[in-house]
Design a protein around this ligand. Structure first.
Ligand SMILES: Nc1ncnc2c1ncn2[C@@H]1O[C@H](COP(=O)(O)OP(=O)(O)OP(=O)(O)O)[C@@H](O)[C@H]1O
Ligand SMILES: [Mg+2]
Length: 232
């Protein structure tokens, strides 16, 4: 589903260069759920943004469903992302003047889907995340956990094959975090979606099938968290 080969990335600020990622190699299978850990500034968001095609790597290749996304033109990539990739932001990034339904419908508007069909699809996914009753409210009228569920619904409404989540529970209390995680893992089981989740919380990492760790720009694969005492 996802294959990364010899990926490196550096940021250039004037004459200064910061190497953030070096020679990253990674394979993620269809339907796998992978937690990505690492200290603050270790490059987790950078890696996630590269994998989701939100920016281009300095070197190396990123294949999603067999397609090298770093070789695509901007238009090809935009089209590919609309069809295949979902992204969940820590800060939800909902549009305040659109209702819950409007926010979830939006990716389908960009796909050119007709009003009736897209309403039906958005309603169906909102029901799946338990928000059918809040459909006509605005984001500001929802709790943090509910807003995150809207953003999850929005990321899933286009039936992506892979979803990238950057600290999806970072702003939530432990109980809500557990509920959001239940939701993501349930969607993985029911819909077979592949998830790559950046997280600081060990509780999240312990419940995923596999944990990978970024340290000094390099990736360490810790395999399955189950049956391991710790990750030291
Ligand atoms: N646009 C940019 N220009 C220059 N440097 C950047 C840019 N974006 C990120 N960096 C640097 O790259 C490094 C990794 O940043 P990144 O946001 O990927 O870390 P992170 O692991 O997601 O951290 P956190 O856990 O705090 O979110 C940091 O040192 C950061 O300063
Ligand atoms: Mg980050």
């Amino acid at each position: 589903m996802l294959e990364i080969r010899d990926l490196s990335h550096r940021f250039r600020n004037g004459t200064e260069e910061t190497v953030v990622l070096e020679e990253i190699n990674l394979s993620v299978h269809k339907q796998e759920v992978v937690a990505l850990l690492g200290s603050s500034g270790s490059g987790k968001s950078t890696l996630l943004n590269l994998m989701a095609g939100l920016m281009k790597p300095t070197a190396g290749s990123i294949l999603i469903a067999g397609q090298p996304i770093e070789k695509m033109s901007e238009n090809q990539l935009a089209e590919f992302r609309r069809k295949n990739i979902g992204f969940i932001f820590q800060s939800y990034e909902l549009i305040p003047h659109l209702t819950v339904l409007g926010n979830v419908e939006l990716p389908l508007v960009f796909q050119g889907m007709k009003v009736k069909a897209r309403k039906e699809m958005a309603e169906a996914i909102l029901t799946q995340v338990g928000l059918a009753e809040k459909m006509h409210l605005y984001p500001s009228q929802l709790s943090g956990g509910q807003q995150q569920r809207v953003s999850i619904a929005r990321s899933l409404v286009t039936s992506p094959s892979i979803v990238f989540a950057d600290e999806p529970t970072g702003n939530l209390d432990t109980k809500t975090e557990g509920e959001i995680l239940d939701l993501l893992l349930g969607l993985n089981t029911r819909l077979g979606i592949t998830f790559l989740i950046v997280t600081h919380e060990m509780e999240v990492a312990q419940r995923t099938q596999r944990t990978i760790y970024l340290r000094d720009g390099r990736l360490e694969d810790l395999g399955s968290a189950h049956g391991r005492g710790d990750n030291g």
